[in-house]
Design a protein around this ligand. Structure first.
Ligand SMILES: NC(=O)c1ccc[n+]([C@@H]2O[C@H](COP(=O)([O-])OP(=O)(O)OC[C@H]3O[C@@H](n4cnc5c(N)ncnc54)[C@H](OP(=O)(O)O)[C@@H]3O)[C@@H](O)[C@H]2O)c1
Length: 290
């Protein structure tokens, strides 16, 4: 049996729990902040309730810890991380943003940490259920650790893509999602906002700032990337939103430091001017103060 801890039982923690319990050789330990007795998740019209025994004793250290927190949760979770991460515990960090290892390196060696991007839209619905819209797609750096991570799942429950250059993939996702997400969030509009050429120009300039910062950090961004993303936004449905827009509309904290704030931080380190992104960060932080 593999002893696996899941830290954070929100949308993504519930998705990960759903697919981890399906493997007969996994023993799952759940770690929440707000106590709950069950994980409730719906996928493809099937509702599943997973009971949580918060008193469950763990005699040995965890083999794996799967962290499903938002970027702004990590600071207050330090004590818990120190308790949950043993010398041999492998840690998977699943969240938006870049440099996902940084918040875990105080607790274990870098070789025990796997950074993970997830594509799996999931949102809370009535009766404390989460609605998962699609099969999760996880992207990780191709490695021995990734191979061992893959073995925790039943084959068809998840798509795990092992990429050769995680840093570049991670930056591409960040550049696109922060430019798109911040514009939708600040205008309060869906992708219909891109019918206005001035907004498309703003989007393009934001992409350019992000690309320059990414390159300075060692990401390999081809010259075709900008036009590919610009083409992509013309193909999006006018009603498409983003997590940043949803957070604003529902009054949740916007993950600034996992999005535009992550670009701002690296730009500062590499002394690259990003005036549009900086202004956007100030406005987003202002919304979070309200
Ligand atoms: N949801 C999606 O569709 C989606 C898709 C792709 C990527 N992501 C990314 O995945 C990451 C996680 O997002 P999410 O949507 O799962 O967020 P979420 O629904 O807010 O879940 C985070 C959970 O962590 C819990 N938590 C916070 N501090 C904790 C602590 N110290 N100990 C234990 N639990 C703690 C929160 O508990 P409380 O209940 O007490 O608040 C909450 O349930 C984010 O970076 C997000 O952007 C999300």
């Amino acid at each position: 049996m593999k002893r696996i801890g899941v830290l954070g039982l929100g949308a993504i923690g519930s998705v990960m729990s759903r697919i981890l319990v399906a493997h007969p050789e996994n023993e799952i330990f759940y770690y929440t902040r707000t106590p709950k007795s069950k994980i409730k998740i719906q996928f493809q019209d099937k509702k599943l309730e997973i009971p949580i025994n918060s008193e469950k004793e763990r005699s040995e250290e965890l083999d794996w810890l799967i962290i499903c927190l938002k970027e702004y949760h990590f600071e207050a979770a330090k004590e818990q991380l120190a308790q949950l991460i043993g010398v041999h515990t492998k840690v998977v960090v699943i969240r938006n943003g870049i440099e996902l290892k940084a918040s875990i390196t105080p607790f274990t060696k870098g070789e025990n940490i796997l950074e993970c991007m997830i594509d799996c839209p999931t949102q809370p619905i009535e009766d404390n259920y989460y609605l998962q819209f699609s099969k999760p797609i996880l992207k990780v750096q191709k490695s021995e650790l990734a191979k061992r991570f893959r073995a925790l799942f039943v084959k068809n429950d998840v798509q795990i893509i092992e990429v050769l250059d995680y840093k570049t993939e991670n930056w591409k996702k960040l550049i696109e999602s922060s430019a798109l997400g911040s514009i939708l969030c600040l205008t309060g509009r869906t992708c219909s906002v891109f019918e206005n050429q001035e907004v498309v120009d703003l989007f393009k300039n934001l992409l350019r700032e992000g690309i320059e910062v990414a390159k300075s950090d060692g990401a390999i961004i081809e010259s075709s990337f900008e036009s590919e993303i610009l083409h992509k936004i013309t193909s999006y449905s006018k009603t498409k939103g983003s997590s940043m827009l949803s957070d604003r509309l529902t009054g949740n904290i916007i993950e600034v430091n996992a999005k535009n704030g992550a670009i701002e931080k690296v730009a500062l380190q590499h002394k690259i001017a990003t005036p549009i992104n900086d202004t956007i960060c100030k406005l987003l932080r202002q919304i979070n103060q309200n």
